[in-house]
Design a protein around this ligand. Structure first.
Ligand SMILES: Cc1cc2nc3c(=O)[nH]c(=O)nc-3n(C[C@H](O)[C@H](O)[C@H](O)COP(=O)(O)OP(=O)(O)OC[C@H]3O[C@@H](n4cnc5c(N)ncnc54)[C@H](O)[C@@H]3O)c2cc1C
Length: 186
């Protein structure tokens, strides 16, 4: 697979896309890169018509905003947000239960898992951003504390890119392993 961003079409020539719609490396609207509410807003029976290919750069995926209203029917394939929440849940939880003293096999497997994401993650723009980020910030798999912190920081990099608040990385165990001190999750 080539670098998705390298095939990003020229953005200067055509009309703007509907807000939130993301173009994939093939020049067509990218369903798994777009939030469902932008792909199919309430009251529409068809996906929003996309403008000519190449109207929005891959990086404008960051324009997608968060919403409390999930209008996506449960039987539909995931959009960029459902996939993102599920992936973060898996990754943070796996980090939270990663050993404090991992064996070489643990380290190798975790590195393999993390390094596979830029290649395999279905939202190619997300994957490309992650790959660039991981070049500057190589995964830390020495123990569960440093892995959880590293992952929290990578998630925060995405949060910032999307205009969201940073998560307090001191609270990763509370969020992904222990639950809050008030016992409400026990
Ligand atoms: C590798 C990756 C790259 C992505 N890139 C993009 C992208 O380029 N564009 C795009 O539109 N979407 C991207 N996403 C999806 C995006 O990150 C969100 O998952 C999605 O927007 C839904 O956001 P959310 O607000 O529901 O919570 P999420 O960001 O999915 O977070 C889920 C929960 O994790 C907790 N949390 C939040 N931040 C942290 C943190 N730093 N550490 C630990 N826990 C935390 C919070 O309790 C939150 O409710 C990406 C997802 C992944 C896994």
């Amino acid at each position: 697979m080539g670098n998705p961003t390298s095939s990003t079409p020229d953005t200067s020539k055509s009309e703007p896309l509907p807000p939130g719609m993301v173009i994939g490396p093939d020049g067509k609207p990218c369903k798994i890169c777009t939030a469902f509410r932008h792909w199919k807003p309430p009251g529409t029976s068809k996906p929003k018509k996309a403008a000519a290919a190449g109207t929005v750069a891959a990086t404008t995926v960051a324009a997608i905003t968060n919403s409390d209203t999930d209008i996506r029917p449960a039987h539909c394939p995931p959009d960029v947000e459902i996939l993102g929440r599920a992936t973060w849940t898996f990754l943070h939880t796996t980090a939270a239960y990663y050993p404090e003293n991992p064996t070489p096999a643990h380290r190798t497997s975790m590195l393999s898992l993390l390094k596979s994401l830029p290649l395999l993650y279905p939202c190619v723009h997300c994957a490309a951003h992650l790959g660039e980020n991981m070049k500057e910030n190589p995964p830390k798999v020495g123990n569960r504390f440093e892995l959880s912190k590293w992952l929290c920081e990578r998630h925060n990099d995405v949060n910032v890119r999307l205009g969201k608040e940073k998560f307090d990385c001191a609270k990763v165990d509370e969020r992904w392993r222990d639950g809050p001190p008030d016992g409400s999750c026990d």
